[in-house]
Ligand binder design. Structure first.
Ligand code: ADP
Length: 161
């Protein structure tokens, strides 16, 4: 049976920290579905379709990674895709409580679906989509935090705001 995982998140936009988790996941799993969760409680800079296009550009060349947008519960979309694992990244202790809460709720909803955590690489431990947007909004370069295509999109987006 194929070993399939779902990597859910907001990805507003995808950073090198996210990409590192996706790359490492693609070595462990036969298939990685990067699922952009539409969460009405979160305000985002990019539309789901823009976020999807950026992730697709970043992961181009990897043949076992697919990007989807979903407004369903993560466990429901995982079941539909035949995925038995949810992949999440952990940066600092501050991520832990939030992730424990989500993983526990998901287990309650679907006992069969396991959440697996990967520790961030040290160089990405401070990196988040919000930090990248904040730095870019002050006009500073974000080359070391995101892919060139994301950098360009972010610059254009902030220009047109
Ligand atoms: P969410 O809104 O669900 O937290 P994000 O897009 O912010 O979605 O993140 C998706 C997943 O990627 C989360 O598990 C988050 O902890 C992880 N992640 C985010 N940034 C990094 C990073 N720099 N290194 C490792 N994991 C990360």
């Amino acid at each position: 049976m194929a070993n399939i995982c779902v990597y859910p998140g907001t990805f507003d936009p995808i950073t090198n920290g996210h990409f590192d988790i996706i790359k490492r996941g693609s070595k462990l799993f036969d298939k990685v579905y990067v699922v952009i969760s539409i969460n009405s409680n979160k305000t985002t800079l990019f539309t789901p379709e823009e976020r999807k296009q950026m992730i697709e550009e970043v992961v181009a060349g990897f043949d076992n990674i697919e990007v989807l947008v979903s407004d369903e519960l993560t466990v429901d979309i995982a079941k539909e895709l035949g995925a038995s694992t949810l992949l999440r990244g952990l940066r600092a202790i501050t991520d832990f409580e939030y992730e424990l809460q989500i993983a526990s709720a998901n287990r309650q909803l679907e006992e069969e679906i396991e959440t697996v955590f990967m520790m961030t690489k040290a160089e990405y431990s401070f990196l988040s989509s919000s930090i990248v947007k904040e730095i870019a909004s002050y006009g500073r370069g974000i080359k070391s935090f995101v892919s060139p295509c994301v950098e360009k999109r972010l610059r254009d987006k902030l220009k047109n705001k």
